[in-house]
Every structure is written in C-alpha cells, then in structure tokens.
Design a protein around this ligand. Structure first.
Ligand code: ATP
Ligand code: MG
Length: 327
C-alpha cells in the first residue's frame, strides 16, 4: 500500500532542509507518494493567504505531513495545520549524539506535550483599560488522551522512566484535574511514574537529564521545558518533533526559518531528516525509521558536518552522506 505524504517546506531554511529529507525518504523501502504544497510568507506574498485552502486539503487527505518552517506567518500556518491533523500530542525526542559537543551527552528523553489547551486555549480578554485576563482550559478528555499517549510512547520506545510535570499545588483546579487523570491512567495500566513540579523539574533537567525518560507535560510547560532540554544536546539543528492526531500526523523540525543562514545552503538537515524518521515510524516502517536514525547518527559522529556543528559541509553534502549510508 502506497502512503501519501504531504510535503510543505514553507519558508527560509525549510526550503532547503525539507527537500533534503524528502531525498532521504525516497531511498528507503517504504512506498511513499509525495504531494507538494505551499504555505508561509512567500505564499502569502503570491496568493494573499499564508495557508491556502488547497494546502489544508492536501494535508487533511495525506497519511502524514512533513513540514519545514514558516516565517512571519508562522502562527497563521502551523497552528491551523496542527488542528487540520487533529493533533492532541506533541512529541519531542531530545537525544545527545556523539560528535555534536552536547552539554549533557547522556541525555535521551522525550517530551510528550498536551497540544490543544492549557494557557494556549486562545481565550483572552481585556477586562478594563490595563487589565487583561487569560482562561486556562484543562479537560479530562484531553488529559486522558495525552496520558494514554505518553505511557504508550514510553512502552513502545523502551523508556522506563515516566515523569508527569505539573503545578497542581498552585493551579489546584486545572493541574489538579490533569494530575488526577494522568494518575488514573497510570494506575489502570499498572505503569510506574513520578510526578514533578514543573519549576523544580526545570532545574533537575539541567542537573541530571540522564535520569529522565518520557516527560508528560501540560501545554506551556512542555513548550518551555523542551526548549530548555534542546540546549542540553547542542541546540536546534538536531531536534525533530511530531504532532500526533488520531488519523493524521505532522512532522517538523523544532527550529524555525533561521533567516540568518537561509539561502546559503548550509542549514543542518538533521532535525528534518530525524523528523522524517518519526514519520516513517508513524506510518508503520519502524525498521526503515531505525536505519535512517542510524545513518544520521553515523554522519553526525564521523562527518561531514554543517557549520552549526563546527564543520564546513553544505546541506547537500550531509544529505548525500546520509543517503550513501542508506544505499
Ligand atoms: P523563526 O522566527 O522562524 O523561528 P529564528 O530566527 O528564531 O526564526 P530559528 O530557526 O528558530 O531562527 O533558529 C535560531 C538560530 O539557530 C538560527 O539563527 C541558526 O543560527 C540556528 N539554527 C536553527 N536551525 C538550524 C539548522 N537547521 N541548521 C543550522 N543552524 C540552525
Ligand atoms: Mg525561533
């Protein structure tokens, strides 16, 4: 069965790293048909909208999407796209690779972040001049979905440690519900877990990241803590992410358009190629996904490397080196 993958490079280095990742996907056994679609600043300049209806439909109809980055229009592109795929879980694996000069070389963890509510519910208002409010929404349904996904992810990926981040001592109602639900799910599955206050966890992650496996987080905590952890393994050029929905999913590097290097042909394609590996895993090609990951690891360890990792190689040279290891 052929899988349809929507390819949306977007802007900036997205236009360089996404094609490189597509070339890598084209060399593995998984039967994939690519459907290209446009979104972002350039699309807005040309068509008047950052996210054309046609792109929405392409993404909705595909089995999965590989996305790059969008510039100024990011909020008009990625937020709607995440909702087109019905994404309730954002997954960010954070792994240190040999050869990348990571601050914490033992790091191997994954954030599983609630992706639909919390303080990102979008419900804000101005009460009176100079006084504004934000409504933090937490539902039992979304909390259960993220807990189910997080424990399942830990099992599938061999993580023994599951940590639940929260601040239920202060946000008693909202995080209280979140924590209750996650604890219920853990109990029903017979799964072991720890809980951690999100502020203390920020410190612990810096002090001993190797002690953590899967970290299940409310939306804002997951956003902040996963960027913090990115700093432990050498930055943005290496980190993939997945937005998981029930019947659809979107994969993207954690980094953005990197305008300072866009167009130079030197962006590190590793984050996007690793996102493509997550995509392969999601559509059922675990062994291909593993081969791609190992090829990237090999190239990171032995080179060629792009300038962000201290090398002099181009995006194309890194892509070719990954493809060579796969063929
Ligand atoms: P945006 O607003 O689109 O997020 P940004 O200026 O925040 O753009 P990011 O893409 O988030 O840029 O990256 C921040 C910096 O990290 C970049 O300027 C670049 O130096 C570096 N960087 C990020 N991704 C990569 C990559 N794939 N390869 C090399 N360097 C990168
Ligand atoms: Mg950025």
């Amino acid at each position: 069965m052929t899988h349809e993958v929507a390819v949306v490079p977007g802007d900036g280095i997205g236009r360089e790293v996404v094609p490189a990742a597509v070339d890598v996907l084209a060399t593995v056994d998984a039967p994939i048909e690519f459907v290209h679609a446009e979104a972002g600043d350039e699309t807005k300049a040309e068509q008047g909208v950052a996210l054309p209806e046609e792109t929405r439909e392409t993404v909705a109809d595909a089995d999965a999407t590989l996305f790059g980055a969008a510039g100024e229009t990011a909020a008009d592109v990625i937020l709607p796209l995440r909702s087109v795929v019905g994404s309730y879980a954002n997954v960010r694996p954070v792994c240190a690779y040999p050869g990348t000069d990571a601050r914490a070389p033992e790091t191997d963890l994954a954030f599983v972040r609630e992706n639909t509510e919390g303080v990102y519910s979008g419900i804000e208002s101005e009460l009176t001049d100079g006084v504004r409010t934000l409504t933090r929404v937490v539902t039992a349904a979304a909390s259960k979905a993220i807990a189910d996904f997080g424990f399942e992810y830990a099992d599938t990926n061999g993580y023994e440690q599951v940590t639940v981040a929260h601040k239920a001592n202060v946000m008693r109602e909202t995080d209280g519900l979140f924590l209750d639900i996650v604890e219920d799910v853990a109990e029903q599955r017979g799964a072991a877990y720890d809980t951690a206050l999100m502020d203390a966890l920020a410190m612990e992650l810096v002090m001993q990241p190797e002690a953590y496996g899967v970290v299940i987080c409310p939306n804002l905590a997951g956003d902040v803590l996963s960027d913090l952890a990115a700093g432990l393994v050498g930055g943005l050029g290496l980190l993939p992410s997945a937005n998981i929905g029930d019947e659809n999913a979107l994969f993207e590097p954690v980094h953005g358009t990197a305008p300072t290097i866009a167009g130079d042909g030197v962006a590190n394609p590793a984050a996007t190629i690793l996102s493509a590996a997550l995509l392969l895993e999601h559509i059922g090609y675990e062994s291909d996904a593993q081969r791609v990951r190992e090829a990237v690891e090999g190239v990171l360890a032995e080179g060629p490397r792009t300038p962000d990792l201290g090398g002099t190689a181009s995006t194309a040279m890194v892509r070719d080196a990954v493809v060579d290891r796969l063929s």
